[in-house]
Design a protein around this ligand. Structure first.
Ligand SMILES: NC(=O)c1ccc[n+]([C@@H]2O[C@H](COP(=O)([O-])OP(=O)(O)OC[C@H]3O[C@@H](n4cnc5c(N)ncnc54)[C@H](O)[C@@H]3O)[C@@H](O)[C@H]2O)c1
Length: 253
């Protein structure tokens, strides 16, 4: 399928896992992809792999919690590919989550860092990408959230707060700019077997995820990538302001 020919996609947090699979999928569908990541080497290596297969890609070191860094990411997309049609805000601080406990004892630095990356970072991605998208007459913003946004969890209080906040940001953007052709949506993945989780996730965690789902298998990064590609394409043209769970039926609402 080549639904994204002539489109330019920015993936913030595209160096590994879900973001990397998304960059590959969007490039496969014909988009030029700008891969931003804190790990600049990973972003550049992935861009090179896509180029080697004949795709258009650029890797950029970027910290989405930093205003100047996000502005530079969008500027790189404009300079190299002439515009922005899709912003996929996907990064999360997966280091902070290890120390993310309860409201009573979570270190405030963990709260601040989680919000700075997972929520403020998404606001910055939106703020810098929107003007460029409006110049093109519209575009799609796809935020990565989590089931943690709507499931009560006894731990990971900061992560859940940050992901819930993304839903409010998304609805604001969809409401304010929908008439101008901007579609903003959230994907809430269930447990996705990224390379990191494949290596480190507890056997019990995987077994529980399989048990709780209504699918014969666990989630793959390509499941999320395919949904981003759909939302970015004309096939998703009438979808705006939604939270789409891609979780094998773990959550049913
Ligand atoms: N894997 C899952 O099971 C799962 C489930 C639900 C939600 N999610 C969400 O999916 C998204 C991607 O997660 P993943 O599992 O692919 O993790 P991952 O760690 O493989 O990917 C996250 C990427 O974001 C980058 N990053 C981290 N902080 C950054 C920053 N400040 N600026 C720029 N880049 C930064 C990392 O370097 C990494 O490449 C996250 O938002 C996560 O919360 C993942």
């Amino acid at each position: 399928m080549h639904r994204l020919i002539d489109k330019v996609a920015v993936i913030a947090g595209g160096g590994s896992g879900i973001g990397a699979a998304t960059a590959e999928r969007l490039a496969m569908e014909g988009a030029a992809v700008v891969i931003g990541d804190l790990q600049g080497d990973s972003a550049e290596a992935l861009a090179q792999r896509i180029q080697d297969r004949g795709g258009r890609a650029l890797g950029v070191q970027c910290d989405i919690s930093n205003d100047v860094s996000v502005a530079a990411l969008i500027a790189a997309a404009l300079d190299t590919f002439g515009g922005v049609d899709l912003m996929h805000a996907n990064a999360a601080d997966m280091g902070a989550i290890m120390h993310d406990t309860t409201v009573l004892d979570v270190p405030l630095e963990i709260f601040d860092r989680t919000i700075a990356v997972n929520l403020r970072g998404y606001l910055l991605c939106t703020r810098h990408a929107l003007p460029a998208m409006l110049q093109r007459g519209g575009g799609a913003i796809v935020y990565t959230s989590s089931a943690a946004a709507f499931m009560g969890e006894p731990e990971r209080v900061c992560y859940g707060i940050s992901k819930s906040g993304i839903h409010a940001l998304m609805r604001h953007v969809a409401s304010a700019w929908g008439k101008q052709g901007i579609r903003a949506n959230v994907i809430a993945p269930g447990l996705i077997m990224t390379e990191a989780l494949r290596e480190h996730a507890l056997v019990q965690l995987k077994a529980d995820a399989l048990e709780q789902g209504r699918s014969p298998r666990l989630g793959e990064p390509t499941d999320i990538a395919a949904t981003v590609a759909f939302l970015a394409s004309r096939d998703g043209e009438w979808i705006n302001g939604q939270v789409i769970s891609v979780d094998g039926g773990v959550s049913m609402r």
